[in-house]
Design a protein around this ligand. Sequence first.
Ligand code: ARG
Length: 459
Amino acid sequence: AANSMWGGRFAAGPDAIMEAINASIGFDRRLYAQDIQGSRAHAAMLAAQGIISDSDAKAIGEGLLTVLSEIEAGEFPFTTALEDIHMNVEARLKKLIGEPAGRLHTGRSRNDQVATDFRLWVRDQCDAAISGLQALIRAALSQAEAGADWVMPGFTHLQTAQPVTWGHHMMAYVEMFGRDLSRFQDARRRMNESPLGAAALAGTGYPIDREATAQALGFDRPMANSLDAVSDRDFALEFLSSASICAVHLSRLAEELVIWSSAQFRFVSMSDKWSTGSSIMPQKRNPDAAELIRAKIGRILGANVALFTVMKGLPLAYSKDMQEDKEQVFDAADHLMLALAAMAGMLSDLTANRDRLEAAASTGFSTATDLADWLVRELGLPFRDAHHVTGSLVAMAEEQGIDLPDLTLEQMQSVHEAITDDVFSVLGVHNSVASRQSYGGTAPDQVRAQIARWKEKLA
Ligand code: ARG
């Protein structure tokens, strides 16, 4: 049978495969609440403008609430023949209230309808990402506060570089997640304009009030151009791009947790709640949650690339290609929220092994730069010469299998005669971190100041 929504000019119904490729109800049913919210706002506006009667609007509004409760009770008869959530809801409304249902779609198209529903859904996901990030930032802040002056090795190239503090390392992630948070806030602000009333693409001749529906749906204003309103998926791309960058940050922290929890590092112990065992190796405690978080970037960035690829080259205005936007965003959003929650939980339950961190910080000639700086400061050497002298001392220590503070003064003086006993004061890791007082540096005072700034920001 021909479609009940547009059957007028069709003699036959679609091929079964056409129906299968065309339908989106299998996934866009997730937009039901937004679809009903949008339709209720539209119907109320139509009545306020005298385009439909108050009694029809009332029947529509109440009927839509019945549909909502049917869906929420799991009693709604979804059908692929009706293609998508918009037509499923409208067809059901018709069954429930009869003739007035046919007036709902006045001055509206599925093109502005779907753009509105999806924007509302993505806007909610921005809010979810923002609160997920706030919880994660709080977890990292607690770690930073507990270990603001715990010394650990700082790495470049994963080779020992200079000692840093645990708090400093945690606060680096707080900065990253803070930027992610502001990206979701920015994206939310930009996407908060209403496409509703753009109709198919050209606007409508009915005297609609786009300001009213925008306001009813919590949008800041109606979108300014009806062609853009139905063609634009920037909001989804911005969400996915923000999610991708955030997933990169999650993945980097997850990678560090995987390395740090290994028997060779033992920098951290993960709680039982966030570890798994092995069915064959009894000693195992695997960081599966961290590994899965590390992997989430694959599907999130994948979704981002998929939607960019769908959108590039689409002529204005709506094309059915755009129906492919939803599954990508749904999947990316689900997995981002899961990863954020898992990371926050894992970080809250994580124990940093303070002694082990400090012992590791003292190996690998981590205070060689402090030694070179001492030569500059106390002996007036040019930094390049100081670098060379220090390099010779490191080579000497390495040859003897000892660390820099274990060299004798005589051995030091054999490389540069003016070196004095005072040099040993800068070779300890605690002195090293305490000396790095430059703004944003690793000195515990600086780290505590950074923590205080964040606490204020979150309060
Ligand atoms: N199911 C469609 C989508 O998700 C709804 C819009 C359909 N519009 C149209 N002109 N066929 O994009």
